[in-house]
Design a protein around this ligand. Structure first.
Ligand code: RFL
Ligand code: PHB
Length: 389
């Protein structure tokens, strides 16, 4: 088989890139290790920046999002019982939207299937060959049969555990990582959200987040120990702990119900440089991870897709390689700022096992500064709604 761009990974990065390219007449093949149902079963991001929203529209998959999403003009932050708001719209004239990654991915799968562009599931042993030459190819196996795709370029959209990043030789690749000493236990429940806005809550017992998917679907998280397993937490224990970490006014209003999903995510900051090696381009979680506190994971994947899409477009439309040559530099410049924001917001809101009394006072003072200072709120708002592409 031959294609112009082989896309490894059928998560949001790979599907969005594929859809954007398809609309410009550029052929792609998407290779996904799992099944569509498996990918759609993963509950992940909930907040989209305006850049991601615009890309979904540009890809022709914005209609359901525009109908069903919820626009959020701000967020709430609490420390104990002290609750205050940061208004994004006032500071940036921009909002974010609540539209779950599951829905984003579903819309992209529907569009790909409707377009007839190829997507291969259950691909095993995907391997990238000659990415540093002029004629790269990808090999893989499906149901015991070996296959090969020849291509012009390869987009490595295969997430943190994929093969694409590993293909870049260690002599070229540099990795930066910070692993946090806690995780997030998340549940999804068919209950109305406790508040119209998200609440990022810091408390003596650790961090909590009240988020949502729609008027009757709530997503809540609590900071947990890395040694915890979801089975250690009954629903009742989860709700009790959440109530202790959010302001009393909110705890009283909280409507609880059975969880329909419960999982633990570790928290990590990670960046690999460069994001391009020859004709291989890394996109999204394949190249970088943020702790979810700033809601940046999916949104940084989208900015990579934006830079790569435009690079490929210029290459195919007018033979101009500048966008591809500068892909890594452009993508990384924005990634590092999103990494910094996610790291800062994580440090501000979580309890650390080795935290001293002094460290705690510093956190409290910084949260109070954010509560009282318009400029600090403007900085937070600019980062949360997303820096320009
Ligand atoms: P994905 O979504 O991981 O998709 C990669 C796809 O590649 C496939 N794959 C392969 N396919 C073929 N061959 C191989 N060798 C392959 N290896 C892997 C995988 O099966 C998968 O389908 O990466 P992508 O597309 O870059 O998208 C990134 C986002 O998914 C990610 O940044 C966010 O979900 C991160 N994230 C969150 N981000 C937010 O903005 N807000 C959140 O609340 C949030 N919650 C989360 C998260 C990530 C989590 N993880 C990684 C466990 C919660 C969790 C639990
Ligand atoms: C979510 O709704 O899953 C969510 C929202 C905001 C975050 C992280 C996760 O910062």
């Amino acid at each position: 088989m031959r294609t112009q761009v082989a896309i490894i990974g059928g998560g949001p990065s790979g599907l969005l890139l594929g859809q954007l390219l398809h609309r410009k007449g550029i052929d792609t093949v998407v290779l996904e290790r799992k099944t569509k149902d498996y990918v759609l079963g993963r509950i992940r991001a909930g907040i989209l920046e305006v850049g991601m929203v615009d890309l979904m529209r540009e890809a022709g998959v914005g209609d359901r999002m525009d109908r069903e999403c919820f626009v959020h003009d701000g967020t709430l932050i609490s420390y104990g019982d002290d609750l205050f708001g940061i208004n994004f719209k006032d500071h940036t004239d921009t909002s974010v939207v609540v539209y779950g990654q599951t829905e984003v991915t579903r819309d992209l799968y529907d569009a790909r299937e409707a377009s007839g562009a190829p997507i291969l599931y259950n691909t095993e042993d995907v391997a990238i060959h000659d990415a540093d030459g002029d004629a790269p190819h990808v090999t893989y196996r499906v149901a015991g049969q070996d296959h090969r795709i020849d291509c012009d370029f390869i987009a490595g959209c295969d997430g943190f555990h994929g093969v694409s990043r590993q293909t870049i030789p260690l002599s070229v690749r540099r990795e930066y990582e910070k692993v946090y000493p806690f995780g997030w236990l998340g549940i999804l429940s068919e209950t109305p959200p406790v508040n119209d806005e998200l609440i990022y809550a810091s408390s003596d017992r650790g961090f909590a987040l009240c988020s949502m998917r729609n008027a009757n679907l709530s997503r809540y998280y609590i900071q947990c120990s890395l040694s915890d397993s979801p089975d250690d937490w009954t629903d009742a224990a989860f709700w009790d702990e959440l109530r202790r970490r959010i302001p009393a006014s909110e705890a009283e209003a909280l409507i609880t119900g059975p969880s329909i999903e419960k999982s633990i995510a570790p928290l990590r900051s990670f960046v690999t440089e460069p994001m391009r090696w020859g004709r291989l381009f890394l996109c999204g979680d394949a190249a970088h991870i943020v702790p979810p506190t700033g809601a940046k994971g999916l949104n940084t994947a989208a900015s990579d897709v934006h830079y790569l899409y435009h690079g490929l477009l210029h290459r195919y439309a007018d033979g101009d390689d500048d966008g591809l040559e500068r892909y890594s530099e452009r993508a990384l410049a924005r990634i590092w700022k999103a990494e910094r924001f996610s790291w800062w917001f994580t440090n501000l809101m979580h309890r650390y096992p080795d935290q001293s009394e002094f460290d705690l006072k510093m956190q409290q003072a910084e949260i109070a500064f954010l509560r009282d200072n318009r400029d600090a709120q403007a900085v937070m708002a600019q980062n949360y709604v997303g820096l320009p592409y």
